[in-house]
Design a protein around this ligand. Structure first.
Ligand code: PLP
Length: 421
């Protein structure tokens, strides 16, 4: 693409970014012929690999135009059937589709309010989040999360919602008790804390203890599986690692493999029963037929090629490859995560370990890109610098080794730059 055309792309004045003209397997192809190894599946979205002809073929089956979200279509119903019958944790029987992750979180927060209103509890509306979390870019999803850098400019516009300990269930429960559970309608949690924490995995007792506590206080437990869902962690959904069924589960990202924009809101019968006869507001493009067709085909490909199991095995390989190169690195505190959602936490130099305060991560990402590899920047608050890995489940052993090699080289190159400043 001619540079003068690429310059029109950035919304805010900035140098034009890379121009991508094609994508195949786990690589993005630039207009000047570079092959960028995608170590993050874009934004932890790509799971079945790029350039799938089956998806192109499936697209032709979508209805030829817009259908208001109120009406059933073959694509919408097929997707609900596949998700409820084969994918979702038992008990999640109701499904509606939206346009993406933030919309799914917003919708779940509205359902919490509607549920308690319908049960005659108008004061039980606050939704609790965690001290390290990201749930989206709408004002409600920003408010319920705690990604400090992303929230910073919007402080006065955000509801002040309680935040609980992300790793210690007893502490989390104490905080909710001190906030008065009678005013708490919901609790939202990522099974593995992604963008804000670089793949933090809570301990074994975390989800079960909070599940029990929420049941005791009629607090709706929302699993935010936007990043962890549809096989990413090596199981169908992240909560499957803890054997817990939430009251509401939201998903997006990999649901249509990145070939279409879609999010889902899933609920138990007990959540929707009090709302019967009412309605849950939809967005104009909720349940877009093309997106539903593509999501259904994506899930079918994941099933046919046993790709969830592959996310587990390739996840172990990638983790081992990263650990081999980084475990003893003085600026790496941990390699962590589940399946193919892995993170590397970066820490400061010297005895004090003084943090780079978020300044190291973008340099590492830049260095990786210069070496034809895309790694996702992560971190916020108590985890200022981190890297997130979430490649397609089709990633090969050779690609894994290259990704790990480039990660180490990029960290060292970025450290050299940050120290010379
Ligand atoms: C856990 C989680 N929830 C919600 C979102 C928001 O999704 P979207 O960007 O599709 O609105 C994200 C995005 O990264 C996410 O990681």
């Amino acid at each position: 693409m001619h540079p003068s055309r690429a310059e029109r792309f950035p919304f805010l004045p900035a140098a034009p970014p890379l121009t991508i003209v094609d994508a195949i397997g786990n690589h993005l192809i630039t207009d000047d012929g570079r092959r960028i190894l995608d170590g993050a599946g874009g934004a932890v979205v790509n799971n079945i690999g790029y350039g799938r002809p089956e998806i192109a073929e499936a697209m032709t089956k979508a209805l030829p135009g817009y259908v208001v979200p109120l009406f059933a279509t073959e694509a919408r119903v097929s997707l609900i059937e596949r998700l409820v019958d084969r994918w979702l944790p038992p008990g999640l029987t109701r499904a509606m589709f939206v346009g993406g992750g933030s919309e799914s979180v917003d919708t779940a927060m509205r359902i919490v309010r509607q549920y308690h209103l319908a049960k005659g509890n108008p004061d039980k509306w606050r939704v609790v989040g965690r001290a390290i979390s990201y749930h989206g870019a709408t004002l409600a999803s920003l408010a319920v999360a705690n990604h400090d850098r992303r929230r910073a400019p919007f402080g006065p516009m955000l509801l002040d919602l309680p935040k609980v300990d992300p790793l210690d269930a007893d502490q989390a429960i104490k905080t909710i008790e001190s906030e008065d559970p009678a005013t708490i309608g919901g609790l939202i949690m990522e099974p593995v804390i992604g963008a804000s924490g670089a793949a933090i995995v809570p301990p074994e007792d975390y989800w079960p203890k909070l599940r029990r506590f929420c049941c005791e206080h009629d607090i709706l437990l929302i699993a935010d599986e936007v990043m962890t869902g549809v096989g990413r962690t090596g199981k169908k959904f992240g909560v499957d690692h803890w054997g817990v069924t939430p009251d509401l589960l939201v998903g997006s990202k990999g649901l249509a493999g990145g070939y279409a924009a879609i999010g889902g809101v899933f609920a138990t019968d007990a959540v929707v029963a009090p709302l019967a006869g009412g309605n849950v507001m939809y967005f104009t493009f909720s349940g877009n037929d093309l997106a539903c067709v593509i999501a259904d085909r994506t899930l079918e490909i994941l099933e046919d090629e046993d790709l969830v199991a592959r996310a587990a095995t390739q996840g172990s390989r990638l983790r081992a490859a990263l650990e081999t190169r980084l475990a003893d690195h003085p600026n790496v505190s941990e390699v962590r995560g589940l399946g193919l959602l892995l993170g590397v936490e970066l820490v400061g130099d010297g005895e004090t370990g003084a943090s780079f305060g978020g300044k190291l991560t973008p340099l590492v990402v830049e260095e990786a890109l210069a070496r034809d590899c895309w790694i996702y920047p992560a971190g916020s608050g108590g985890v200022p610098d981190g890297l997130l890995f979430g490649p397609g489940f089709t990633i090969t052993d050779e690609e894994i080794d290259r990704l790990a090699d480039i990660t180490l080289e990029s960290i060292d190159a970025a450290l050299a730059r940050v120290r010379s400043r």
